[in-house]
Design a protein around this ligand. Structure first.
Ligand SMILES: NC(=O)c1ccc[n+]([C@@H]2O[C@H](COP(=O)([O-])OP(=O)(O)OC[C@H]3O[C@@H](n4cnc5c(N)ncnc54)[C@H](O)[C@@H]3O)[C@@H](O)[C@H]2O)c1
Length: 386
């Protein structure tokens, strides 16, 4: 059986990473693409070898096609609800880029639509497939460090010039309405990794967020604490501040994941995964074992995501990261930003009728914000005046 795939959103991630992964798969064929920007669509047409009738400026035309089994969603995250719900309603399986949406209620509508229609909705949660994370998960599965109590995730050295396709809106990541948050929302990878490494779902979120860049209305740094029933994770994500790496502490030992000069992956090269127990410290994985090109590793993980998705669809199994996982992680992320705005811990899942659930970060302005709140002082998440 060959899965017929339609790609929606033909920008950087779609053309550079998703398309090559689909093309490398024996049981998948890209049969369509959609993007309202003609130059991006034409580029995808050439790369994927599509006919003129297989490309669409209206994504819903692709979603409605009867010769498409899978919709691969690679748009900016604010453009998701109609697409995801429409794709599920027309019986399509969906692979969706992170975050599932910018607004939790949109993400919940997508999860609900996929469940009602019996279609798969899977997330592109690529960082869980990085060799160093898999190595840490292997150590945890062996029980070598006992029960995990705390996890610290640092991605503080994210570059501040991460841009999308020049043909669309290259700096959409720096606008609250388009991105649903700033560096924390973009590097939501840190949140799902923290949850996986802790091995428990988060029940409460606390956060600090700030931004010194007047050109953007989203956070450029977020320090978050996520509490679970029996442990907690600190997730620190920021631009241009350097520190990266992971520290996982258990009852019998600890794991450290280190990158070159203490920097932030994947911009800093992976160095080693160390395991420390009463027996001493040993290397679980080191750079020579995986080769040093972090950007090549980034490409490989997309091939694995596509493999996993195809096998979930064809064998009716659970994908590695489901839409429900995407929703839960999105709620934790928005919850941390809500906490940063109001100054108190936020319960997870989010309150269903609250502004954070209904509108994401754009709803935070409706809350009672203390005057010291950086969200208030910096005017974060407020609509931009022209
Ligand atoms: N998993 C990862 O490691 C990873 C890495 C980079 C990006 N991403 C995610 O991929 C997504 C896209 O990021 P990008 O860097 O490719 O952005 P991009 O700006 O390069 O591409 C987005 C594309 O969507 C198109 N688009 C805009 N509105 C649309 C609509 N209504 N319907 C269809 N297409 C529309 C744009 O024209 C553009 O071609 C984001 O969700 C981002 O977070 C994930």
């Amino acid at each position: 059986m060959t899965l017929r795939v339609g790609i929606v959103g033909c920008g950087v991630i779609a053309s550079g990473y998703h398309l090559p992964a689909w093309m490398a798969h024996d049981s998948a064929e890209v049969v369509g693409a959609a993007d309202p920007v003609w130059s991006s669509l034409e580029r995808m047409q050439v790369l994927a070898g599509l006919e003129a009738e297989q490309i669409h400026s209206d994504p819903m035309a692709l979603v409605g096609r009867s010769d498409v089994d899978v919709i691969d969603v690679c748009t900016p995250p604010s453009i998701r609800r109609e697409l995801l719900v429409g794709a599920a309603e027309s019986g399509k399986h969906i692979l969706c880029e992170k975050p599932l949406a910018t607004v939790p209620s949109d993400a919940a509508a997508a999860v609900d639509a996929a469940e009602r229609n019996g279609t798969k909705l899977a997330m592109v949660h690529t960082y869980g497939l990085l060799p160093e994370i898999k190595a840490a998960m292997r150590v945890l599965a062996r029980g070598e460090i006992g029960t995990v109590r705390t996890v610290i995730v640092n991605y503080l050295g994210i570059p501040n010039d991460l841009v999308g396709s020049a043909d669309y809106a290259p700096r959409w990541r720096y606008d609250a309405a388009q991105a649903g948050g700033g560096v924390l929302m973009n590097i939501i990878h840190g949140v799902y990794l923290a949850e996986s490494l802790l091995g428990q779902e988060f029940q409460r979120a606390s956060g600090y967020a700030d931004n010194i860049d007047p050109e953007s209305n989203v956070e450029d740094v977020a320090l978050c604490r996520f509490e679970a029933a029996d442990g907690a994770a600190l997730v620190n994500i920021g631009t241009g501040l350097g520190n990266g790496g992971f520290e996982i502490a258990g009852t019998e030992g600890r794991i450290s994941i280190r990158y070159e000069n203490g920097g932030t992956a994947p911009w800093a090269k992976f160095e080693e995964v160390l395991v420390t127990t009463a027996k001493g410290t040993r290397v679980e994985l080191s750079e020579p074992e995986i080769g040093i090109d972090p950007m090549k590793v980034q490409k490989d993980v997309f091939v694995e995501v596509v493999d996993d998705f195809v096998s979930a669809v064809t064998t009716k199994s659970r994908p590695r990261a489901t839409g429900a996982d995407g929703l839960r992680v999105l709620e934790a992320t928005v919850g941390a930003l809500e906490s940063a705005a109001i100054g108190t811990t936020v319960k997870l899942p989010l309150e269903r009728n609250g502004p954070a659930f209904e509108q994401g970060v754009l709803g935070l302005a409706e809350l009672d914000l203390p005057d010291w709140s950086a969200v208030r002082r910096r005017g974060l998440y407020l609509p931009r005046t022209a």
